[in-house]
Every structure is written in C-alpha cells, then in structure tokens.
Design a protein around this ligand. Structure first.
Ligand code: SAH
Length: 498
C-alpha cells in the first residue's frame, strides 16, 4: 500500500498519484561535504553508500556489523562507522538519511526519528515510509536525467532508464562540459536572452555535436569559437554516411553506437545478409534500400552502391550503409570509404561483430586455446576460381584456427589443399550455418569428410567454416540452438551402402 492510497482511503485527501509527477517534487541536492546517515551494514547499504560517496557526501554508516566492503571503507577512513543498534542521535549532523536494513521495524524507527527532526529519510523499498525517493537516473558527464514513476512502479522507471541509455550517446556529457565552460563568454557575447536562445539552437543543430561524437574535441572547440562570432544561421547540416556493422543476425549483437546511427538515419542502404531483426530497429520513416549482392547474382553492382551513397549524402541525408558482420572484414568497406573520401563526404565507421567471432561464440568454439591454437586466420576464398592465390603452406600449419568465410561450394578443394600441404586429415571442423540466427545449425566432423558432411546435411549460405582442434569443443560447449550434428545424415549413409 502506498502512502498515496492509504491517505486517500483514510481522509479523502486527493490521491498523490493524481497530481502531476505523482505529487513528488524533483530536486538535485548538492551533498558535497554534507553529512548523510546510512543505517544498515549489508549489500544494499553499501550500494547506497557508494552513490553518496560519489556525490561527495560525508557518510556515516550505522549498524552492529559491516559487510567486508563497508568495513574496508571504514578502515580507509572513507566512511565513519557507528556501531550498535540504531539510536536517534545518529541523525545529529545528518542532512539526509537512508534506512537500508532488512528489519522493517528498524527502518520505520529511522523514518520516524527523521520525521521528528525534519530530516529527509528514504527507506529502501518502502514507498510509504519514505520522505524522499531515489530516482533511476541516466548520467552523461554533468548531465543527469532522473526518472520517477511516482514510487509505485520502479520497474517502469528502470525500463525508461534503459531506453534513454541507448538513446543518448556519451558525447552529450562533452557537449554539456563545453557549454558549461563557455557560459560566461556566451553571456558576454549575447546578453539578450532571445539572442542567446537562437545561438544555442544554432550550435545544437550544427556540426559541434557530431564532432564531439567523433571524439574530435579540438575541432569542436574551434567550431564553437567560430559560431560565437558568426551570427549567420547554421548552414543545413551536410549529408554524411555512417558505415555500420550489423553483426551476424541476432539483433542483440548490434552495438549501441550502431543502433543510434540507425535511429538517426534518413536512408539505410543495407546488404541482403542483414537480418530482419536488425532492420526492425531502424526509425519507422527511414527509407530502406536493399543493395544486396546475392551469390552469383550481383543485382546491385558495387558501382551502383557508390552512386546511391553519394546521391543521398549530397542531398543532405544522413545515410547509414549497413553491412552484415563487420564492415571492414570481407565487406568492401574500405572501397566505399575511398569513394566518400574522394567526394569529400564525411563518414564514420561503427564496427560490428564479424561472422567468425559470432559463429564461434554461438557454436561453443573458442577460437584460440592455450593447448590447441595460438593464432587465428580469417580467410575468404571463392575456391572455384582463386584456390591458386592462397598461401596453402601457411594455411595448413597446425596449432592455428582457420575461420573461412565463403560459399559452401569448394569445400572439397579446401580439404584437398589443406591435407596436401600437411594439415592432418583428422583435424576437426565445425561448419556453422545461419550463425546466431533462429535457424542455426552446426555440422562437425574431421577434415577428411568435410565436403561429404556439408553436402549430406545440405548446408546452405551463409555458413562459416572453422578448421582446427578447437572445433571439437563445440560438442561440449555448444549452448545455442540444436546440438551439433556429429554424424553423416541417415540418407547419405544409406546412399553409400547402396
Ligand atoms: N562482413 C561480413 C562478412 C561478409 S562475407 C562479416 O564480417 O561477417 C559473407 C560471408 O560471411 C558468408 O558467405 C559467410 O561465410 C559469412 N557469414 C556472414 N554471416 C553469417 C552467419 N550469420 N552465419 C554464418 N556465416 C555468416
């Protein structure tokens, strides 16, 4: 029962929950050097103490005994320990108190003693007894966003916090720092509030936030100086391209930075390999253009992709070029950036989880291992035409893992070449189809029967091949999707017997 509902039941006062903000008044308290009492000596008390110390408070922790973390802080002099049972005098010199014991009666006693002395008390997990609530919060440097659900639905507040964490990138902190630093100069330059407001709008709509996002702090500072003396409205933001790695399919493997780029994109040029789950993360009104190159059927040429990027960027659009896995691993990302650099169009690159890393993780294959593999090679081969170009001598060395990106045709050539150059026919392999996706399958065996196994199980693209001793670990360490297929399929066995 909340304080709000108990009050409305007993004295017909308007329900606090009906007031804006649930009847709570938000404030940010400056606790530097101010005394705060925490009652309780366990993990919760420690968590609260840590947050208070971060805010610069002088914390006294009252409890018969302290957990090891709090004891260490007391020994270091970071906090003062008040031993024994709660006594109202503990509140002397406190501005605030937090009751964080696991005994509701003690917590209530702290709340009552605080009330009597007009000291704000928060009782952990007890809305009714609390005079103030500690909000969920998002921090970016000096910027803080505090979220309250009115006390009754902390899960909802936490959910909103997670959303904001994804939405707001770290550069917001740097932006606030810059504006804080320049506050006096801005006021001197624009004494009039209306002017000042227009100046801020110009700065926020211009290049400075993007420069900070790219870690170009000196340039941002210079651009700020220029904006301060230049009263012209900001030029419309120039178009730009963000090359984003979408990862292997599971949308959870996208980076936060990639997600933010998707949220801001006007146009998304994506490969066919990019999964639906990832595309669903895009802004609803973004224009999605598939520029996938299907195996054998290059229905969008690389030149056409370059043209599309240039065309949309030149029209002032924010373009995301979304690629499967990582854009710089067998993704022709380098070529696309060359084109942009040549055309003078700004770009960023957001890495993604490449197929080798994702497939290995989702199949339970550690790519390096103290006993089995000290190095990893990422290889691609359209073996039908380019087998001659590869350094088979190096590829066939043992104590290393090969991660082969390729179509599934040509596995027989690969097997023959590796064995011919000295890799043992008994070397384990794991072939991972649709890695990290709902239809993931893992086929395992030894190099000797690689091609037959793959054919027998009708492995389709996209599939990634791992060759090396570590591949055998999939049998014990797999965790995602169905267990690895370790035998030839039944019909293949029949066919051989016939
Ligand atoms: N830039 C991508 C690779 C593009 S080449 C990356 O970093 O992952 C395309 C090849 O990647 C496919 O032929 C296949 O071998 C591999 N691949 C990509 N996604 C895959 C997935 N989900 N499962 C298995 N293999 C995948």
């Amino acid at each position: 029962m909340t304080r709000a509902s108990s009050r409305s039941e007993h004295d017909n006062a308007p329900q606090a929950g009906e007031r804006p903000g649930g009847g709570l008044f938000p404030l940010f308290a400056d606790l530097r050097g101010r005394g705060v009492l925490v009652v309780g000596g366990g993990a919760v008390a420690q968590r609260k103490t840590a947050a208070l110390l971060d805010a610069g408070a002088t914390v006294r922790v009252g409890a018969p005994t302290l957990n090891p973390g709090l004891s260490a802080w007391a020994a270091e002099g970071r906090i003062e320990h008040l031993p024994g049972e709660f006594a109202p005098q503990w509140l002397d010199e406190a501005w605030l108190a937090i009751a964080a014991t696991d005994d509701a009666a003690v917590n209530r006693a702290v709340a009552a003693a605080g009330e009597a002395r007009r000291i704000w008390v928060n009782v952990v997990d007890d809305v009714e007894a609390s005079g103030f609530h500690v909000p969920a919060r998002v921090e970016r440097g000096p910027v803080q966003i505090a979220i309250s659900s009115g006390g009754g639905a902390p899960m909802l507040a936490r959910h909103l916090r997670e959303k904001l964490e994804t939405e707001l990138d770290e550069s917001l902190g740097a932006l606030a720092q810059l504006l804080n630093r320049e506050r006096a100069r801005i006021r001197r330059h624009y004494p009039d509030l209306g002017q000042r407001r227009r100046f801020f709008e110009r700065v926020l709509a211009g290049a400075i936030p993007a420069l900070l996002r790219d870690g170009r702090h000196d340039e941002a500072q210079r651009a700020f100086g220029a904006a301060l003396i230049d009263d012209k409205p900001a030029a419309p933001p120039a178009g730009s391209v963000v090359l984003v790695g979408a990862g292997p399919g599971d949308a959870g493997l996208m980076t936060l930075r990639g997600l933010r780029a998707l949220n801001q994109a006007d146009v998304i040029l994506h490969d066919r390999l990019v999964s639906r789950d990832v595309l669903r993360l895009a802004r609803r009104d973004a224009e999605l253009i598939e520029v996938g190159k299907q195996a054998g059927n290059h229905h969008t040429t690389q030149e056409r992709i370059h043209e599309l990027m240039l065309e949309h960027a030149r029209a002032g659009k924010r373009v995301v070029r979304l690629k499967g896995g990582d854009p710089f691993v067998f993704g022709r990302g380098g070529e696309e950036l060359e084109v942009l650099a040549q055309a003078g169009i700004g770009f960023e690159v957001v890495p993604g989880i490449t197929a080798a890393l994702a497939c290995a993780a989702y199949a339970g294959v550690p790519l390096t291992h103290r006993d089995h593999a000290q190095s990893l090679r990422l290889v691609t081969a359209h073996l039908k035409d380019s087998a001659g170009d590869l350094d088979w001598q190096a590829l066939a060395q043992d104590k290393q893992t090969l991660a082969v990106y390729m179509g599934v045709a040509g596995l027989d050539v690969l097997r023959d070449k590796l064995i011919e150059h000295g890799r043992a026919a008994s070397t384990p392999f794991a072939l991972i189809e649709n890695g990290s996706r709902p239809g993931q399958r893992v086929v395992t065996g030894t190099l000797a029967d690689l091609a037959e196994r793959a054919q027998g199980h009708r492995v389709q693209s996209p599939a990634l091949l791992i060759v090396g001793e570590v591949a055998a670990l999939a049998q014990r360490l797999h965790w995602f999707g169905p267990a690895p297929l370790t035998e030839p399929p039944a019909d293949a066995a029949l066919a051989r017997a016939a």
